[in-house]
Design a protein around this ligand. Structure first.
Ligand code: ADP
Ligand code: MG
Length: 739
C-alpha cells in the first residue's frame, strides 16, 4: 500500500550503497561490529523513554537527526515504526570458492594477517585489510575503510557478511563486511536491512532500534486497549515490532519479506483500529455540521429528466434519491458515489447540481484534467442548456479577461454552475452561495485540493465520485466517515467489450484488426508501459508510434500522448483524437481517466502483464462507449511467466468493475485497487487494504466497541493511539475524505 515495496526497494538500494560510503567517514570500532546493538548499548539508555528525541542519542547529533527528522523519524518510537525493507539471511554460509563479484556473501572463518593501509588515491584515509580463512583452509581478502586493524578481532571464529567485489588485479575481495563474533553467540540469524538516507548507517540505526526495544516494553504504543485484546490472541505492538526488527532464528524469511507474519498483521490491525476510530469520530462530527439545505421545488431536475433521450437506470434513480434526501436535510452531506466506468455518474452529478440551483444555491464541479472538465461542460450545456441555466468553464485555457468576467459573475452569484479543473480553486475564485461541491475522479486530487474547493462555501455539501473498482463491503469500511451510493449496473444497450489475450507473436494480426476498424472510420488506442526505451524498446510509446507510422497504419494520422508532454500539448493531441484529426492514439496510461470518445472501438494494451488489474479495467473502459462493438487486445510479453499471463486472462473474463475488484481481492496482489497517488494520500503505514481486508472489518468492530464506552475519544487521546490518531485526524479527515 502506501509504503509500496517497490518504492522501498529503490530507496533501500540507494541507501545501502551510500551507506558504505557514509560508514567510511566514521570511526568504526570493532566492538560496534561485534554484536547486535541490543546487548551493547543498554547501559547508557536504561532510562530512555520512547519519546526521547533521537538527537540526544549517542552517535546521532544535530546533522543526522535533521536528516532523520526529514523522514519523520524524530523519536525512538518513530524509529521503531520504521520497519526493515528487506532481510538478509545469515543462517546460510557461503564457500569462498563459489563467490562471485557483485553478490553479497556470508562467510565463516577467522581473520589473519590484519594490517593497515592508506586508501589508494586518498592518502589521508586509512583502511584495514585482512585475510579471512575458512576451516577448509581457503580464504578471501577483506577490506574495511577507516578502521584501524587493532580493532579487528583476529584469530577468533567470526561470520562476515558483505559485498563481494573484484579488485583491480582480478582477485575477489569482501568489502567492508559486518562482523559477527561467534564466540558471543551473537551472530543474528536474520539481519534486518533498513531503507535509510546516506548519512545514517545501518549500524547506527540498528543501535537506535536496540535502545528503543530495551525500553519499549508495554510503553503504550498500542492503540487497541487491553480490554479489547480478546483472550490475548493479538500480539501487542511492541512484541510485533521486536519480532520484525530482531526476527528469531526460526522465522520464515519469505513471510518476513512478504509482510505476511503475525507481527505484520498485529501492526496492521492496530493501525486500522486507529483509522476506524478517526473515521468514526469524523463521521459524528460531520453529521452535526450545518450544510446548505437544498430542499427547493424540484423544477429543473424534473425538466432534465423529462428531456433525457433514455430512462435512468435503477441504480441512478436510487443514487439520486439518496442524494436528494440527504441534501434536503440541514446537515452537510458528505457522500461518495462509486460506479464502474461509464455507469453514468455524470448524470447523477448533474442532478445534484440542479438540486442546488433549484434551491437558489450554486454548484461547482471539479475534474482532474482540462479535457474532462470541458467534456462535462459540453455535456451539461447539451443536456441542461435548454433549461436556461448558465454554466461557466474555468480551466487554464481561459484567457485573462474572460476569466475576470467569469470570476466576477461567480462572486456575485450570477452564474449558478461552475465547471473546472484546478483553476477553480486558485486564488481569487469565490462563489456567493456554494451549495454543493462535486469532485469527479476524486482519487486524482489531493486532500488540500478538496479542502480548497470546499472552502469556496462554508455550507457546501460534498459529493465525491470515483470509478475505482472496490467491493461495496470494503468501501463501507474504508469510507466509514462518508455515506456511500453506488451505481452497480451499466445503462442498457451497451455492447460488452470483447477482451482477448494474445502473445507478442500476434502483433501483426492485432495491427490488422486495428486497421480494419480505422478503415470503417473508427479510432484506436495503443497503450504502452514506457515513453521511450533504450535501443527502440518495442514497449515504448515512441518506438510503437514510429513502427505503426512506418508500415502497418501508415495511411492514418497517429498521435502520441505521455506524461512528459506539457499539459497544453497533451490537450491538443487529445482534442485532435476526439475530433478525428488523429485516428490512432499511442499513449502511456495517462489516457486512463474518464475520457469519452465513442468512436474509439479498439484498444491494444502492450505488455499487459505489467499493469494492475484495476488499471487494465480502467483502460479497457476507454472503448465500448458507443453503439458499435468494441475490442480490447491484451498483449502479454514473451518473457512474462505463466502466472502473469493467467492473471491477465482472468481479467479478460471479468466484465464489470465489481468482478475485477473481487478478483483483485482474491489474488491479494500488490494492492492495485488503489493507485499510488491515492494510497499515498492515506495516513497508513502498515495496513494494506487488500491483504488486510478481513482486518479492516475486525478493526471496525473493535473501534465500534470502544466508541460505545468513550464517544468523545477522551481515553483514546490519552492512550498509545494518541499520536497515530492525531496524525490521521490532521491529515484531512475534516475534509470528509479518506482517499
Ligand atoms: P461515468 O460513470 O464513467 O462517468 P458517464 O457519466 O460518462 O460515465 O456516462 C457514460 C455514457 O453513458 C454517457 O455518454 C452518458 O450520456 C450515458 N448514459 C448515462 N446514463 C445513461 C442511461 N441511463 N441510459 C443510457 N445512457 C446513459
Ligand atoms: Mg466520469
Amino acid at each position: 500500500m502506501g509504503f509500496g515495496k517497490d518504492r522501498g526497494n529503490r530507496r533501500g538500494q540507494h541507501g545501502a550503497h551510500a551507506d558504505l560510503v557514509a560508514e567510511s567517514n566514521q570511526e568504526a570500532s570493532a566492538s560496534s561490529h561485534s554484536s547486535l546493538p541490543t546487548a551493547q548499548s543498554s547501559q547508557s539508555a536504561r532510562s530512555t523513554p520512547l519519546s526521547v528525541d533521537i538527537e540526544t542519542l549517542p552517535g546521532v547529533g544535530p546533522r543526522r537527526s535533521a536528516v532523520l527528522r526529514a523522514r519523520q523519524i524524530a523519536t525512538l518510537a518513530d524509529a521503531l515504526m520504521h520497519l526493515p525493507y528487506r532481510y538478509e539471511d545469515l543462517r546460510r554460509r557461503d564457500e569462498v570458492t563459489t563467490l562471485r563479484a557483485g553478490t553479497t556473501a556470508v562467510v565463516e572463518g577467522a581473520l589473519q594477517n590484519v594490517a593497515d593501509r592508506a586508501m589508494p588515491g586518498r592518502w589521508s584515509r586509512r583502511m584495514a585489510t585482512a585475510f579471512l580463512r575458512q576451516s577448509s583452509g581457503k580464504g578471501i581478502r577483506v577490506v574495511w575503510f577507516n578502521l584501524r586493524s587493532g580493532n579487528l578481532p583476529a584469530g577468533e571464529p567470526l561470520v562476515l557478511s558483505g559485498r563481494v567485489t573484484s579488485a583491480p588485479n582480478g582477485t575477489l575481495e569482501l568489502v567492508h563486511p559486518e562482523i559477527y563474533r561467534l564466540r558471543d553467540g551473537a551472530a543474528p540469524a536474520i539481519r534486518p536491512i533498513y531503507s535509510l538516507p546516506a548519512e545514517i548507517s545501518q549500524r547506527l540505526f540498528t543501535s537506535m532500534i536496540g535502545q528503543a526495544l530495551q525500553h519499549g516494553s508495554r510503553a503504550g504504543l498500542d492503540a487497541i486497549p487491553p480490554e479489547l485484546r480478546k483472550g490475548g490472541k493479538l500480539c501487542d505492538v511492541i512484541e510485533a515490532l521486536r519480532y520484525l526488527h530482531t526476527p528469531p532464528a526460526d522465522a520464515s524469511l519469505e513471510q518476513l519479506q512478504a509482510g505476511a507474519t503475525v507481527a505484520h498483521r498485529a501492526l496492521a490491525l492496530d493501525e486500522m483500529f486507529t483509522f476506524q476510530l478517526a473515521l468514526a469520530r469524523e463521521r459524528s462530527r460531520l453529521r452535526t455540521r450545518a450544510g446548505a439545505a437544498l430542499a427547493g421545488q424540484a423544477r429543473l431536475t424534473s425538466e432534465l429528466r423529462a428531456s433525457l433521450p433514455f430512462a435512468l437506470t435503477a441504480s441512478q434513480l436510487r443514487a439520486i434519491d439518496e442524494i436528494s434526501a440527504e441534501l434536503a436535510g440541514p446537515s452537510q452531506m458528505n457522500r461518495i458515489l462509486l460506479g464502474d466506468v461509464s455507469s453514468g455518474k455524470t448524470l447523477v452529478a448533474f442532478y445534484a447540481a440542479l438540486r442546488a440551483v433549484d434551491s437558489g444555491w450554486q454548484a461547482a464541479i471539479m475534474a482532474p484534467t482540462e479535457l474532462l472538465a470541458e467534456q462535462h461542460f459540453a455535456n451539461f450545456n447539451r443536456m441542461c442548456g435548454r433549461l436556461g441555466i448558465t454554466a461557466a468553464l474555468l480551466t487554464g485555457r481561459v484567457g485573462t479577461s474572460e476569466r475576470a468576467r467569469l470570476l466576477r459573475a461567480l462572486r456575485r452569484g450570477e452564474i449558478p454552475v461552475a465547471f473546472g479543473t484546478h483553476a477553480l480553486i486558485q486564488e481569487g475564485v469565490a462563489m456567493r452561495r456554494l451549495g454543493i461541491a462535486i469532485i469527479d475522479e476524486q482519487h486524482r486530487f489531493g486532500v488540500f485540493d478538496r479542502a480548497r474547493l470546499m472552502a469556496l462555501g462554508s455550507q457546501a455539501n460534498v459529493l465525491l465520485m470515483t470509478a475505482t473498482p472496490i467491493p461495496r463491503s470494503l468501501a463501507l469500511a474504508l469510507f466509514r466517515n462518508l455515506n456511500v451510493s453506488s451505481l452497480d449496473e451499466l445503462p442498457p444497450g451497451r455492447t460488452a467489450v470483447t477482451t482477448e489475450v494474445v502473445g507478442e507473436d500476434a502483433l501483426a494480426a492485432v495491427d490488422a484488426s486495428v486497421r480494419a476498424e480505422l478503415e470503417r472510420g473508427r479510432r484506436a488506442y495503443y497503450v504502452l508501459p514506457l515513453i521511450e526505451g533504450e535501443q527502440d524498446d518495442p514497449d515504448s510509446v515512441v518506438a510503437a508510434a514510429r513502427r505503426l507510422a512506418a508500415g502497418p497504419l501508415k495511411e492514418f494520422a497517429i498521435g502520441m500522448l505521455h506524461g512528459r508532454m506539457r499539459p497544453a500539448e497533451k490537450d491538443q493531441v487529445m482534442r485532435a483524437f476526439r475530433d478525428g484529426a488523429v485516428q490512432v492514439l499511442v499513449s502511456t496510461t495517462v489516457v486512463e481517466v474518464g475520457i469519452d470518445v465513442p468512436q474509439a472501438t479498439i484498444i491494444v494494451i502492450v505488455a499487459a502483464e505489467r499493469y494492475g488489474l484495476a488499471q487494465l479495467h480502467q483502460l479497457r473502459g476507454r472503448v465500448g462507449r458507443g453503439a458499435d462493438a468494441s475490442r480490447c487486445c491484451l498483449i502479454v510479453s514473451s518473457q512474462a511467466g505463466p502466472q502473469a499471463r493467467a492473471r491477465v486472462e482472468r481479467l479478460a473474463q471479468c466484465k464489470s468493475g465489481a468482478e475485477v475488484a473481487e478478483l483483485d481481492l482474491q489474488m491479494r496482489g500488490p494492492g492495485d485497487l488503489f493507485g499510488a497517488r491515492q494510497t499515498g494520500a492515506l495516513p497508513l503505514r502498515f495496513a494494506r487494504f487488500i491483504r488486510d481486508f478481513a482486518l479492516i472489518e475486525q478493526a471496525g468492530d473493535l473501534a465500534q466497541e470502544w466508541l460505545q464506552h468513550d464517544p468523545e475519544l477522551a481515553a483514546a487521546e490519552a492512550s498509545g493511539a494518541r499520536n497515530a490518531l492525531a496524525r490521521m485526524l490532521d491529515f484531512g479527515f475534516s475534509l470528509g475524505d479518506v482517499g
